[in-house]
Write a protein that binds this ligand. Sequence first.
Ligand code: SF4
Length: 441
Amino acid sequence: MSSANPKVGFISLGCPKALVDSERILTQLRTEGYDIVPTYQDADLVVVNTCGFIDAAKAESLDAIGEALKENGKVIVTGCMGGKESDIRNVHPSVLSVSGPQQYEQVVNAVHQYLPPKQDHNPFIDLVPPQGIKLTPRHYSYLKISEGCNHRCTFCIIPSLRGDLVSRPVGNVLDEAERLVNAGVKELLVVSQDTSAYGVDLKYRTGFWQGRPVKTRMRELCEALGSMGVWVRLHYVYPYPSVDESISLMAEGKILPYLDIPFQHANPRILKLMKRPAATEKTLERIQRWRAICPDITLRSTFIVGFPGETEQEFQELLDFLDEAQLDRVGAFTYSAVEGATANALPGAVPEEVKEERLARFMAKQEAISAQKLQQKIGKRVQVLIDEIAEEGAVGRTQADAPEIDGLIFLDGATHLEPGQFVEAIVEDADAHDLWGRLVN
Ligand code: SF4
């Protein structure tokens, strides 16, 4: 199909929050009459949304920019790495423009400058089809509730890239969620840098949604999202006391009984060196309390092993924590120095081989725990959201599994189902990551 519309190629790297930024930029461009095309050759210009979180992500971003320059020649860079323009220009001096995270207007202005739009500018930004572009499948969507972070974890440079916490007004978030649900979204994934801090910067100001007052606060937000009749899943929550209030909503079935809660370590000295939020909370006691309120809760977490100064004994404490906490899903990384992070100056760097050996021990222990937890699901009846249909059957997720990071459930033979459909299944088999089930008619 030939079209005279200007054509933009788009590369989106990084985390779900960056994906939301990409969706917003793409939506704006499409609203203005740009065509979004899938190849460098078809594009008049390419936008690269970069990630600068760790060195490997930076290298990937620089490679992506290099490839786009080679294949197309006209490249606009934005995103987390754009916060440090010199890092990009030193390697790729010929990029047309560089902007930082959430600088939607600068990116769009740069596109206007180098590839003028065909139609008049329309300021309406909406992530919902048909106007909106979603990079995630249509039946689930990330819902970003705030930008930035008030913490200063010593291994992290996100606050210097994205600034302090800025919560989105609760009415805006709920309007967007409602439009997504009306457009067919079946699962809302609430994301931010620190979801439990939602509204702190606005002093939990009362906003409005559908003519009713709603506080800009996590519990009230969850309650309103829970009234929309779709799965609501919380990511990046910290164990502040206020989180307990949301657990009761999970127990009541209003939001999914699922918490993605990055603990990062268990030893108090290391947590203090990391300057983690809620580092002084008694985490195991909290977990027990959450399970008492909501026995079905799924807990996912991430950890860093080999943080500067971590002793064998402190690492052992982390392993003991895994034994006691019995978390359902865990991701782990070895500590790697990020340029600009204050942890780089801490003494006692752990040798690479020790880090790797600790990571292997950590993952082996958690794999055994995860496998055992999944075994306990065999014979149980579960609700499943279908993600895709493959040759052998349907592939979906249970309430315990977030897209892209957790496991899947395979329903062999169920090729008549459709993505976005809710079904019931009996779990028949499990390994350390995934489940196999039989459809219940
Ligand atoms: S809470 Fe810590 S790790 Fe998370 S974004 Fe804020 S500073 Fe970074």
